[in-house]
Design a protein around this ligand. Structure first.
Ligand code: HEC
Length: 167
């Protein structure tokens, strides 16, 4: 899977510095498919790692992007057929009222899949950033019929918009 390492390199480098006290700064280079010279800064040792995150190796940090909420509103057009932000208003998907910080499967009156309901996920910005890339990979068995937003910057914009809506 191709990632843009250069974009977040500076931010990740400072993260790696900050987390060096976490013990054993095991900055092992990711798989040999990565050719960018900046690769080693890509694995800050003590970054928080949600269980389902690093399925394909080192993970991409939402914090290394600058999400543009206004641009994210346009990306959200893809979600609007199934989701609104109004509290208690469930469509095909559950209300996304204050979704950032919420526990998965917690909207009253919505009939969730067991996969989502029992996932134990908290919808932090980082988790949303990973989930929305490929929902069915992140929550196998989910009934959210949406392929995901593959473009990393667009997905960061979308998450910034979700954050703004959750304030
Ligand atoms: C085709 C309809 C559909 C589309 C399009 C869709 N979703 Fe969903 N979404 C669902 C359904 C259905 C669920 C419930 C999943 C389950 O129970 O397995 C869900 C669940 C979710 C959840 C988990 C909510 C919770 O309470 O646990 C989030 C977050 C979410 N969607 C965000 C989005 C975003 C953001 C988009 C646009 C990028 C989007 N969805 C597009 C139908 C959709």
């Amino acid at each position: 899977m191709k990632r843009n390492f250069l974009m977040g390199a500076a931010a990740l480098a400072s993260l790696a510095t900050l987390s060096a006290c976490g013990g054993g700064n095991n900055a092992q280079a990711p798989a040999a498919t990565e050719t960018e010279a900046a690769a080693p800064v890509e694995t800050p040792a003590a970054a928080d790692t949600p269980a389902a995150a690093a399925a394909d190796g080192a993970k991409l940090e939402y914090a290394s992007f600058t999400g543009d909420a206004a641009a994210g509103e346009k990306v959200f057009a893809a979600c609007r057929t199934c989701h609104v932000f109004d509290e208690g208003v469930n469509r095909v998907g559950p209300s996304l009222h204050k979704v950032v910080g919420r526990s998965a499967g917690s909207v009253a009156g919505f009939s969730y899949s067991d996969a989502n309901k029992n996932s134990g996920i908290t919808w932090t910005p980082q988790v949303l950033f990973e989930y929305l890339k490929d929902p069915k990979a992140y929550v196998p068995g989910t009934k959210m019929a949406f392929p995901g937003v593959k473009d990393d910057q667009k997905r960061a914009d979308l998450v910034a918009y979700l954050e703004a809506q959750s304030k």
